[in-house]
Design a protein. Structure first.
Lengths: 446, 582
């Protein structure tokens, strides 16, 4: 590359970087971040001080009056700003809802705060709502107690339950993960799935309580799901139950990512689609009628611009819109979500669920009217004739359940399956001559 | 690439630099160290400088060179990320304990534990890596993304990343239960969500079943679909989202309130400004101002756009298509702010010719909507734009033509001054005209001075004589050229021929004996120029007396002056002959 074209490349890069930073700045809400840092530092300082004081005085001592008032007030400010307030101590760092809190004075450095919690084997405390002074006193009383040698966090939680402390969650101690820790371990989707359900539930709860959306944890899960490979059978197994709303959200997310990847959305847009899928129905946390509008209203609460926000608002508003909509078809995300939402409802949530195979056949009849025909075909192509969860009877009489999505066009109707006792039967290996019959959902073996 | 950073203020250099490692490294280690320091410096430079600054450019160049030197010479460079250090094959090649400065800490905190940069890594990927880190260094709070999600989005092909979920439970044997329940939740579990019964149901009524089969999908159709959510498609979607929530707020009132939708409209407006789309920005502002004209949040929205860097960038963009300029000009009528001042300032100071041309075009488009403001400041507009602007303003309002010329005459740009004088020829005589023209006598441009003097002479006549004489004398002292002397002599003669003749006679009077004795020296330059002007003026007067004076002036002088006198006499004779012939 000659000097001139090298200079051109650098000038171009400079221009693009300037533009990217300008764009990123619209997403920033410096006032919010500043307030969280300021109130967060105050909170940690007051909380640490109060825990220390509680070793000397009873929680109902007058010496606590002022600190308790201040602590409740500053927590109130944080809850107003953030909704659920997650205070996490990781090694010598303290984070409040992903924002690192800078603690200047000893002994308020992160490690000091962490040590106070670690006595109870606690690394993170979540405040879901504004806590009254009285509740705060009871919390401190519990924290002041000597921790037992074993089951320290469980004991503390039991104390909180006994003391009637509500709206507070405790988590264990965290540390930074090191590279290679997972090496050798069998790839498992349990963690992302479980965490996905948890963050979906948290998103619903937070938004339902009038808080702002915290999109980052959802995006992290989506990124993990994409990074782990959407064609892995483990991802398509039945999910553990964690509330109908959370499982529905995660299943729709899983399907949407499959479609999004199949139509070759770029990584950023695919991540946005996954997050939109997580929250598409969240309006139901507030209302039955007009959940689309309520959902969009919840999306509006998030401060700072991001392209994902535009996508989420439109997707939430139009994810039930038929293809032939008076105001023109919905955007791509809403058309994808419409299909994935209905598929999940048909296969899990209606009174008499259809088998995945039957659901696809039924939905195909709506291609072109209710559903975008191209996207519908994409879903069919990638889920396969017998999508995961479909029960099949083989011509040798065995009953198996499909556990894989389409692997190649040739094996579209030959998924990998599992017998009731866990034996793997790959229909592609079994041969194309083997006849297969999909069973109705109601015929699922016990 | 020039190392300008070494030449910058030592404080800034220190801020960018970070500590150096004391120990000796392998060659690969040295190269990796240089590459990482260059990366950290370039990424941090955005916190200290404007993105367009030359130092930033130099640092980007150094980063590029350093990476080339590292992976180009030593091959794949696999780095292990630790909290405060980066290692290459157990050699510590980067170390920084200050969290705010530390490249490794930023990566580590978000879950990056390893990074491999392979040879032939495309520049686009290196640029993207720098972008991700710059965003984190500038402290921009990403509510949506962290380094990991941003790096995943980048879809690198020659940069490998080892990413873990940032934190992990530290317990060997996690505590799981309280009386069979989960540690989380339980009695202290917050508000559980219970969506209403039958939510999201029933599903739409679908008639019959259709056999399914694998069918290829037209790839072009997929490309078109993806485009809906990218580039222009997304910008249009952003506008649409504002229209829809605005409509909901207006229709339902309760479902959405202006306090909810207007801040969002403001965000979208700024986004559209960043992306350089005045047409779409205009649409959003129109929808908003129409829906909530007097609302405080509408005013805040407009202020936000006005105060944003993106708005300034939009105005100063050289890339904006010409057809967008009228809309941009219209936007300046909606968005509050001293846009005209800003534009004119930029127009005067902008070094880039293309940008200047674009700014000039915007100014011209403003002629109709911001004529008052432009009229007041037209003297500050560079000539190439000002002259066109004067024409535009005249087209918009013919009666303002002379007013514009008066304003333009105050300009420091000679071409503007000349254009103003040309228009002022049509102005009736007035004190304002006299003041304006006299002010132009101080112009740095000879042509302007001459044109002003001539016009002044023709309008003020007798009254013009003294000011013109002073001008001529001052200019002679200042060392005007003979051409200017000639023209000013003409002007003086045409203003008041009789008084001019007396003055010329005085200037041309032969020097007395003493004077002649005292100097075998020639006239001073100022004297010579006055005499030169006088001879020219005599030519303009053209009477026999004037001719006689010119003839006498030719005696005992230098050959050039003699030639000037003879030419003047010849002109007078020629005119008289022509007059005699009728």
């Amino acid at each position: 590359m000659d000097d001139l074209s090298q200079l051109d490349a650098i000038l171009g890069a400079q221009e693009r970087l300037g533009h990217a930073l300008l764009r990123a700045r619209i997403g920033e809400d410096p006032a919010l971040a500043g307030e969280v840092r300021e109130h967060g530092a105050q909170f940690v300082q007051l909380f640490s001080g109060a825990i220390r004081m509680s070793r000397i005085h009873d929680a109902d001592n007058e010496a606590f009056d002022k600190p308790m008032r201040e602590l409740a007030a500053v927590l109130g400010k944080l809850v107003d700003l953030l909704g659920a307030v997650h205070v996490v101590s990781v090694e010598d760092h303290v984070y409040i809802n992903e924002i690192r809190i800078r603690l200047k004075s000893e002994p308020m450095k992160g490690q000091g705060f962490g040590d106070l919690l670690h006595r109870h084997n606690v690394g993170a405390v979540t405040f879901r709502e504004i806590v009254s002074e009285a509740t705060m006193r009871r919390l401190l009383s519990c924290l002041a107690k000597e921790a037992p040698a074993e089951g320290r966090r469980a004991a503390l939680l039991q104390d909180l339950v006994d003391a009637g402390v509500d709206g507070i969650e405790l988590e264990g101690i965290y540390r930074f993960k090191m590279a290679g820790e997972d090496e050798g371990a069998q790839m498992s989707f349990t963690d992302p799935i479980e965490r996905g359900l948890r963050v979906a539930d948290e998103a619903w709860r937070g938004l339902g309580s009038g808080r702002m959306l915290n999109a980052l944890p959802l995006r992290r899960i989506v990124t993990e799901l994409i990074g782990s490979g959407l064609n892995d059978n483990q991802l398509w197994r039945e999910m553990p139950e964690m509330g109908d709303h959370a499982t529905h959200s995660l299943r729709v997310c899983r399907l949407a990512l499959l479609v999004g990847q199949a139509i070759r959305l770029d990584q950023g847009t695919l991540q946005d689609l996954g997050v939109a899928a997580f929250v598409h129905d969240v309006g139901y946390a507030n209302a039955f009628l007009g959940h689309e509008e309520h959902g969009a209203r919840m999306m509006l609460r998030q401060r700072g611009f991001h392209e994902a926000k535009v996508r989420r608002i439109l997707a939430t508003l139009h994810h039930h819109a038929p293809l032939a909509r008076a105001r023109g078809p919905g955007m791509l995300f809403s058309r994808i979500l419409r299909i994935c939402d209905d598929y999940d409802n048909l296969t899990y949530r209606v009174e008499r669920p259809l088998s995945p195979h039957a659901a696809l056949r039924r939905m195909m009849s709506g291609a072109g009217s209710a559903y975008d025909p191209t996207l519908m075909q994409v879903l069919v192509n990638h889920l396969g004739a017998y999508p995961p969860g479909t029960w099949l009877r083989l011509d040798d009489g065995r009953v198996v359940q499909s556990v894989s999505i389409t692997r190649t066009p040739d094996t579209f109707d030959r998924p990998r399956c599992q017998t009731v006792d866990g034996q793997v039967v790959d229909l592609a290996v079994l041969g194309m001559g083997a006849t297969v019959m999909a069973l109705p959902a109601a015929a699922r073996p016990e | 690439m020039a190392d300008d950073v070494q030449g910058t203020d030592s404080f800034i250099a220190e801020l960018l630099e970070g500590p150096r490692l004391g120990r000796r490294l392998s060659e690969h280690g040295e190269a990796a160290r240089a590459a990482l320091i260059a990366l950290a410096r370039a990424a941090r430079s955005f916190t200290l400088y404007d993105p367009g600054n030359k130092v930033v450019r130099d640092l980007i160049g150094k980063y590029r060179d350093a990476i080339d030197s590292c992976v180009g010479v030593h091959g794949s460079t696999a780095l292990t990320v630790q909290a405060y250090a980066l290692e290459l094959d157990e050699e510590r090649v980067y170390e920084e304990d200050d969290r705010e400065k530390s490249l490794s800490f930023k990566l580590f905190r978000d879950g990056v534990r390893g990074m491999v940069i392979h040879p032939e890594v495309p520049w686009e990927e290196l640029e993207r890596l720098l972008e991700v880190l710059s965003i984190r260094y500038t402290g921009i709070r990403q509510q949506e993304e962290d380094i990991v999600t941003l790096l995943r989005k980048a879809e690198f092909t020659r940069i490998e990343l080892d990413i873990v979920e940032g934190v992990t439970p530290a317990e060997e044997d996690p505590e799981g239960t309280v009386e069979g329940g989960k540690t989380r939740g339980g009695g202290a579990g917050g508000n559980p969500i219970r969506p209403p019964d039958g939510w999201d149901l029933p599903v739409p009524r679908l008639e019959g079943d259709v056999p399914i089969a694998y069918r290829s999908v037209d790839p072009d159709r997929l490309v078109a679909m993806c485009a809906e959510e990218k580039g222009e498609g997304l910008l249009v979607a952003a506008v649409r989202s504002v229209e829809e929530v605005m409509r909901l707020a207006l229709d339902t009132g309760e479902a959405m309130t202006p306090e909810e939708v207007l801040p969002y409209a403001a965000e979208v407006a700024e986004y559209l400004a960043v992306e350089g789309h005045p047409d779409l920005l205009h649409k959003v502002l129109m929808v908003t101002t129409k829906a909530y004209p007097g609302h405080a949040d509408t005013a805040r929205l407009l202020q936000r756009v006005s105060g944003s860097a993106a708005w300034g960038r939009l105005i100063g963009s050289a890339d904006l298509p010409e057809e967008e300029l009228p809309t941009l000009a219209e936007l300046m009528g909606i968005v509050p702010g001293e846009h005209v001042d800003r534009l004119l300032h930029d127009l005067q100071t902008e070094p880039d010719v293309a940008v200047r041309a674009r700014l000039g075009q915007i100014v011209l488009h403003l002629a109709e909507t911001r004529s008052e403001a432009l009229l007041e400041r037209i003297d500050a507009v560079p000539s190439d734009v000002a002259i066109g602007l004067m024409a535009q303003l005249a087209e918009a309002d013919a009666a303002r033509h002379l007013e514009t010329a008066f304003q333009l005459a105050r300009s420091e740009y000679p071409d503007s001054q000349k254009a103003a004088i040309r228009v002022l020829r049509a102005a009736p005589g007035s004190a304002r005209l006299a003041t304006t023209l006299k002010a132009l006598f101080t112009s740095g441009d000879v042509e302007v001075r001459v044109l002003a003097a001539r016009l002044y002479a023709s309008r003020a006549r007798e009254h013009a004589f003294d000011p013109l004489r002073r001008l001529l004398e001052d200019r002679a002292e200042a060392g005007m050229d003979e051409r200017e002397a000639h023209n000013l002599g003409h002007a003086l003669a045409s203003a008041a021929p009789d008084r001019a003749l007396e003055t010329f006679r005085e200037w041309l009077k032969p020097r007395g004996l003493l004077s002649r004795l005292r100097s075998a020296f020639p006239d001073s330059p100022a004297q010579r120029l006055r005499r030169w002007a006088a001879v020219s003026g005599l030519g303009r007067i053209g009477t026999p007396e004037a001719r006689e004076l010119a003839l006498r002036a030719a005696q005992k002088t230098d050959p050039t002056f003699e030639e000037h006198c003879e030419a003047t006499v010849a002109q007078i004779d020629q005119r008289r002959r022509a007059k005699a012939r009728g």
